[in-house]
Design a protein around this ligand. Structure first.
Ligand SMILES: [Zn+2]
Length: 468
């Protein structure tokens, strides 16, 4: 109270006011930036490093001073999907596959195995579990500003776990409504609303009569504007969004997921690094601490397609966002004395690296590098399978490209952005993998993150780091 009175007395002196931490926020500004590479297993990290900077280079992620291994299994699954793993990071609770930030007893399907969603607008039966508070909600309640950034639909599982509670991740219309202050289905635990929201997915904010997926006729973009959000639908709108320390901002840049970084038109869609930078500008201008979640969401999608080139490029785009955040936060908070940055993944994939290639260095036009064939380290010639056919460095355990008969692989195939690496087991879409994932941390309380952790333990360690 004392500080509040002093600060209001100083309100005319703008130079001094900045030391007051805003009118009603915490007196010390602390920041949490949580980066999640969706499906970014350690093989993907290694391959992205070689793709980008060669075997002996380092991604920004590689340079984080504190590291841990994370066990990602869910409440009911040996191999998790994004919903319960990200929700475990965000709530401290291990829940069932497909569930978004609900108690461990919440079922994603009824007794007959039918998922608890029929239309995108469906909500959970009232006797099916209960919401568990998320880190974003708890930090919002404690006076921090909040932001959510993803390259997927903003209603997709990972971002959804930060701001909504639903028994099945596919109820994306219900999830969208949770973001709109004052509207039916709004998540009141978000107070006056999430301050910064960037991603894709206008379909779930748009009525079906106007080409969207909403069956309730609501236009949530119009409702967000009415709730005093500044809205951006493309890169030029994005560049004009205010970072004035008070206006809430939302950017939805595509109907569904945003474009893979390899295909992105920079005049139409901002990069993940640009979205991260703008989010930090907007949140740090509030003179309070903040929570920001940033997801590299489409690494996972390219891996499901066994399209390694797009997966690696999206991993590099994610790493660039981490670099942008580190640089910006170091200038705002030198030494990161009040800023914790955590980088991790929600689960692995079945990507594998086959031996024994000679070092390739980074991928360049005409030089596929880690995306190419295994040219062995002894004589530089292609290694071959038992039938004498070459094979690529990268392959998958599951996936659509399972050849009945293997043959030569042309240079043109390896240069194509659409080349699908071969899989051991034929499936229509590649599956997640179950191996541990990486966690890296730097800044305030980063020393809390070491050894072997479960994903739900990370929640408590973040809170401990900032004294929440
Ligand atoms: Zn996935």
């Amino acid at each position: 109270m004392k500080q509040k009175l002093l600060c209001s007395a100083l309100a005319g002196a703008s130079l001094l006011l900045s030391a007051c931490g805003g009118s009603d926020g915490p007196s010390t500004s602390k920041n949490v930036l949580f980066f999640l590479g969706d499906g970014m297993g350690m093989t993907t990290m290694t391959a992205a490093r070689i793709y980008s900077v060669g075997e002996d280079g380092e991604l920004t992620m590689d340079q984080l001073p504190e590291t841990a291994f994370i066990h990602t299994y869910s409440n009911d699954g040996q191999v998790t999907d994004s919903a319960p793993s990200m929700a475990a990071y965000m709530t401290g609770v291990k829940m069932n596959n497909e569930v978004i930030s609900m108690s461990a007893d919440t079922q994603a399907a009824d007794a007959a195995g039918k998922p608890y969603y029929v239309k995108y607008d469906s909500t959970c039966p009232s006797d099916n579990g209960k919401p568990v508070p998320t880190l974003l909600e708890q930090m919002k309640a404690a006076g921090y500003s909040t932001g959510v950034v993803s390259t997927t639909r903003i209603t997709h599982a990972t971002p959804a776990t930060t701001y909504s509670h639903v028994c099945h991740r596919d109820a994306e219309n219900t999830i969208a409504a949770a973001l709109v202050p004052g509207g039916a289905g709004y998540n009141a635990s978000l107070g006056d609303g999430v301050d910064v929201v960037f991603g894709g997915g206008t379909s779930y904010f748009t009525p079906s009569t106007a080409g969207g997926r909403r069956n309730d006729g609501r236009d949530l973009v119009a409702e967000l504007k009415k709730a005093n959000y500044s809205f951006a639908a493309n890169k030029s709108d994005f560049d004009k969004l205010p970072v004035d320390g008070k206006t809430k901002i939302v950017g939805l840049f595509s109907k569904e997921h945003m474009t893979y970084d390899l295909d992105r038109d920079p005049a139409k869609e901002p990069s993940l690094a640009e979205m991260t930078g703008k989010a930090i500008d907007a949140l740090s201008a509030r003179k309070k601490g903040f929570f920001l979640m940033v997801e590299g969401g489409r690494i996972d999608h390219a891996l499901h397609a066994t399209n390694a080139r797009r997966a690696l490029q999206d991993t590099v785009a994610f790493d660039n966002a981490i670099k942008a955040a580190l640089d910006k936060m170091q200038s705002i908070d030198p030494g990161l004395k009040n800023t914790l940055i955590v980088v991790t993944a929600d689960h692995d994939h079945t990507l594998q690296m086959n031996g024994y290639a000679a070092r390739t260095g980074p991928t360049q036009p005409g030089k596929p590098g880690v995306l190419g064939l295994v040219n062995n380290y002894v004589d530089g010639k292609p290694s071959t399978d038992v039938d004498g056919n070459p094979y690529t460095v990268l392959g998958f355990g599951t996936g659509p490209n399972r050849k009945a008969t293997r043959g030569p692989i042309t240079a043109a195939e390896l240069e194509s952005p659409d080349y699908l690496q071969e899989a051991v087991v034929p499936t229509s879409s590649e599956t997640h993998g179950g191996a541990d994932v990486f966690l890296g941390a730097t800044g305030l309380g980063a020393e809390n993150f070491s050894g072997v952790l479960t994903n739900n333990e990370v929640f408590g360690l973040i809170k401990k780091s900032i004294g929440l």
